[in-house]
Design a protein around this ligand. Structure first.
Ligand code: ADP
Length: 258
């Protein structure tokens, strides 16, 4: 019961923060409508993991003499849902703060190739486990002026998706091209692809082509919305093209500041 109260508390705090975030936007009716929808969707999204947690808690409580191995399965279900909720709340708070311009962007000069390496390293064992090849194609020295943390987050979101939606035996590649006035980040996979009808919707908050599939892999449906925000903060563009059954490519273009 305590776990529920705690998580419920987080949900209430989140919604409170979304309402606070709204204050700055009240004059803009469209934003207000969007924010209202966001709050409604967010509440709805949080209900699913909460319901699963509640169900598993009920089962644990009503089966006090069940063997430890079985009890552990129920507790692990609770743990998985708690992790998903934590990720959801973190992603939702980021977007709520971004909407109300409460998220500072720290521009600095950094080595993009080194940052990209740091992002890829933790994904290498994941790719191996999933039977995927992880390729990188970028030079030794790419200087870029931007928010290093956010750019790393952006690359992480695209690589994470590419790995999540590519079956074993496939390939995921990260390319970075250094042009005179811009840099280009390209993430390609040989995965399931995205049907045309979904392609322009995947950047929408909470939109998933296959909700169950996304949930199973720990997705929140907010990754690409966050990616889009990061690109916008850097005055860049993000484009996607896909061949269903063959793979998907995301191309990010970011202008150089000087
Ligand atoms: P999620 O947490 O569900 O991955 P995202 O906002 O990152 O949320 O992505 C939205 C949806 O776009 C995903 O649920 C998935 O259906 C689709 N998608 C994103 N990247 C890929 C990809 N590389 N291959 C196929 N589908 C993808």
């Amino acid at each position: 019961a305590f776990a529920i109260t705690g998580l419920g508390g987080i949900a209430v705090a989140l919604l409170g923060s979304l309402f606070m975030a709204n204050r700055a936007l009240i004059p803009i009716k469209k934003s207000w409508e969007q924010q209202k929808n966001f709050i409604a969707d967010a509440s709805h999204e949080l209900r699913t993991p909460l319901a699963v947690i509640q169900t598993n808690l009920d089962i644990v409580k009503s089966n006090p003499n069940e063997k430890v191995a079985t009890q552990t399965v129920w507790l692990e279900n609770i743990e998985a849902e708690t992790k998903l909720m934590t990720k959801m709340v973190t992603d939702m708070l980021l977007l709520a703060r971004a909407d109300s311009h409460q998220l500072p962007v720290h521009m600095e000069s950094f080595k993009l190739n080194e940052a990209a390496e740091e992002v890829l390293t933790p994904f290498e064992p994941v790719a191996v486990r999933r039977g995927l090849r992880l390729n990188k194609k970028f030079g030794q020295q790419i200087d870029f002026d931007g928010d290093q943390t956010r750019i790393k987050q952006l690359i992480g979101i695209l690589i994470d998706n590419a790995i999540k939606y590519t079956p074993a035996g496939g390939e995921v590649s990260l390319e970075i091209h250094d042009h005179p006035y811009n840099i280009e980040i390209i993430v390609t996979d040989t995965g399931e692809g995205i049907e045309k009808e979904h392609l322009d919707k995947i950047f929408e908050r909470f939109y998933r082509v296959d909700k169950a599939r996304s949930r199973e892999s720990g997705g929140t449906g907010l990754g690409l919305s966050i990616a889009e925000w990061i690109v916008k903060e850097h005055h860049g563009t993000i484009k996607v093209s896909s061949s269903p059954g063959a793979g998907t490519t995301f191309v990010v273009n970011l202008p150089k500041r000087k």
